[in-house]
Design a protein around this ligand. Sequence first.
Ligand code: UD1
Ligand code: UDP
Length: 358
Amino acid sequence: KKILTVIGARPQFIKAAPVSKVFEKSKKINEIIVHTGQHYDAAMSDIFFQELKIKQPLYNLEVGSASHGEQTGKMLNGIEKILIKEKPDFLLVYGDTNSTLAGALAASKLNIPIIHIEAGLRSFNRNMPEEVNRIVTDHLSEYLFTPTEDAIKNLNREGLGNRKIVNVGDVMYDACNEFIQEKYIIDDILKKYSIKEKNYILCTLHRAENTDNLEIFENIIRNLFNISKHKKIIFPMHPRTRKLIENKNILNLSNILFINPVGYIEMLHLMRNANLIITDSGGMQKEGYFLGTQAYVLRSETEWLELIKIGWNRLVLPSESEFYKKILDFKIEAFNREENFYGDGNAAKKICEFILSQ
Ligand code: UD1
Ligand code: UDP
């Protein structure tokens, strides 16, 4: 079977790593990878292909950054041409970015069946660009592979129960389990940043809701500054956030170490060894759970609700003026992590088997 996979943003490279490997190993799937070019800095793209040994994309559309409409439109145009040329049996997309939406839209117009991995998630906040992308992609897809049971309920509620829906678990769990095994000298990382194990906070920030509104962004930085008086913060900056931080001239806050985005393996170790994670990232909310580190999630709601329900992660409103107090009061508790919300770490294998059975 021939599958055309469209990816373009950092988390999609990580999600694709285990899946592409299983496809290749099966010898029954011929996968063609299209990189939209949504993320293009070496630290946002190339590093993942090298480090995670992902098959090189056959096509790169190099769309780069632009407004949502322009970016998605350019992708649509490029993907359509490739689909017509390659005539795949399926188009595969991951998650909820503009690259996901463009891939799904292009295939739907050509009647090519769509496989959506990480289907069925909902934050129920349509102001998030990702929420719109998810809903549209799910509704266009024939094969919906969900990471959780709750995601199936969401799909059924939207009348999609007649599609091919399988809860395979989270492909990010596969990736985390695989790449945490890679040799990495944690002592080198600790030395590089002058930090000690379980004695720092790891922070990332990039969501439109937190970076497009200057008041909110400044509130977050003010709170982080107050936290950093008590505990060192390591802050790998998404380029979108770097631009703001550079504009505000705050790169030199003494106890916040602003660094370039790091590779996935380093990130896994930074997460595992942190006291706490503060983030608005979707992926890191769960990776912290996989690796044993709790997180404060800088969002008003999340699509990974199960971790909020059990108290592993906590939501904090980015506009709350003194949220730093809550975070400083935080005490690490002994936690039972046995509940396996995200499957058994074999999501990629299950996806491959299901596709081959069709
Ligand atoms: C996108 C996704 C978001 C996902 C995130 C993962 C959408 C709507 N959003 O957000 O769901 O969580 O990726 O990281 O698809 N930039 C660079 N270099 C790069 C990439 C981006 O400088 O390699 C800068 C540009 O100024 C760009 C900005 O970052 O305008 C935002 O990039 P974009 O891809 O539009 O959105 P993300 O915030 O990365
Ligand atoms: N990540 C990384 N290096 C970084 C920041 C994030 O490897 O400097 C990884 C992170 O561990 C997770 C993925 O990138 O697997 C999440 O990406 P991001 O937060 O950009 O997107 P989201 O998950 O919010 O869509």
